[in-house]
Design a protein around this ligand. Structure first.
Ligand code: NDP
Length: 330
């Protein structure tokens, strides 16, 4: 079996030498209750940059896996599961029901019909649920809202924009390449801009002259400063989902947004998707229905090979992915 450990605490942007590939023996002789699972798809997510993993520990994260050997009648061989086992290729799980960050350590995949199982770590998994609860519950989105989504072509942002369209909003999104912006137009965003070429101010003067009601923020930093300074309406809502522009910013050059939050009396809505874990089944059911109806479209950027986990992860911070970044194990 193989696993990726953290070799060295991250400093600035993660680099290949921060990770170590470790081989370990694994026994196929299972005790009663145990299962051995093989990773099929592993997720790489921005939160892993800030996760509390110490050097020497295995990188954390979810994987879609298949039960390869079973000594537990509840999980027969071949069962597809979603599990929170980290960056591991093969894992013996002594107690599949054990609690973990997102619920039980190993959960059987819901029936997605003809859709790929990898969606369980994408638009029908944690990122999709982040969009769903963040927009509907935290953001209290309503018809007629002008919604701005930063990081719009990513796993979370692309679902946010599409749910906002379903709810009758005007939706503006930004992303870092023409290809990404073209895709966002294709899936129904009303206005898109490449934030590397057009300033937030220029774009929003044009696309939202009356201001933004709800800002779903994935990037933070100077982008967000401009939105709060010049474009969010008074008493506007800001769902603070992420701040990827700041995760590697060791010099802390970004400006503080607190002045605007106070002056404009904004509703700043901190979001943590795991706070909704008891409602995940409800979210997955609704997202699945929307995907089946074609109201939510998705893209995956698939890196092939367990050995390439660090590369896929590092790519997140270079904008290498459209839609959900995943690694296909073998
Ligand atoms: P994405 O699929 O959006 O991948 C990351 C993307 O971020 C890149 O493709 C890139 O797109 C963009 N990006 C990278 N560096 C920068 C930068 N310096 N400035 C602006 N954009 C940048 O990731 P996710 O959808 O999984 O996550 C999106 C955000 O949501 C992250 O901030 C993440 O931490 C947060 N999150 C929060 C959760 C919560 O519970 N609050 C749960 C899940 C995610 P581009 O080419 O457009 O620059």
């Amino acid at each position: 079996a193989k696993k990726w450990t953290l070799a060295k605490a991250f400093e600035g942007t993660p680099k290949p030498s921060d990770f170590k590939l470790v081989e370990e023996p694994i026994s196929f002789n299972l005790k009663p209750g145990e299962i051995l699972v093989e990773a099929l798809y592993l997720t790489v997510d921005p939160y892993m940059r800030g996760a509390a993993v110490e050097p020497g520990q295995t990188m954390i994260g979810e994987q879609v896996a298949r039960v390869k050997v079973s000594n537990n009648p509840a999980y027969p061989e071949g069962t597809l599961v979603l599990s929170n086992l980290g960056w591991r290729s093969l894992t013996v799980v002594p107690k599949p029901e054990e609690a973990s960050r997102f619920g039980p350590l190993v959960r059987k995949l819901p029936d997605f019909g003809d859709l790929p199982a990898s969606l369980a770590i994408g638009c029908l998994g944690m990122p999709g649920l982040t969009a769903y609860f963040g927009l509907l519950d935290r953001g209290r989105v309503k018809a007629g809202d002008t919604v701005l989504v930063s990081g719009a072509a990513g796993a979370v942002g692309s679902v946010v924009g599409q749910i906002a369209k379903i709810k009758g909003c005007k939706v503006i999104g930004s992303a870092g390449s023409k290809e990404k912006c073209d895709w966002l137009k294709e899936i129904g965003f009303d206005h898109v801009f490449n934030y590397k070429e057009t300033s937030v101010d220029d774009a929003l003067k044009k696309f939202a002259p009356d201001g933004i009601d709800l800002y779903f923020d994935n990037v933070g930093g100077d982008y967000t400063y401009a939105v709060l300074q010049n474009h969010i309406k008074f008493a506007g809502r800001v769902v603070v989902c992420g701040a990827i522009s700041q995760y590697n910013d060791v010099e802390k050059k970004e400006r503080s947004t607190y002045g605007f939050i106070i002056y404009k009396q904004l509703d700043i809505l901190g979001l943590i998707v795991v706070a909704y874990k008891d409602r995940f089944p409800e979210g997955v059911t609704q997202l699945l229905q929307w995907v089946k109806e074609g109201k939510i479209k998705y893209k995956e950027t698939i890196t092939k090979g367990f050995e390439r986990m660090p590369e896929a992860f590092i790519d997140l911070f270079k904008g290498g992915n459209i839609g959900k970044a995943i690694v296909k194990a073998a």
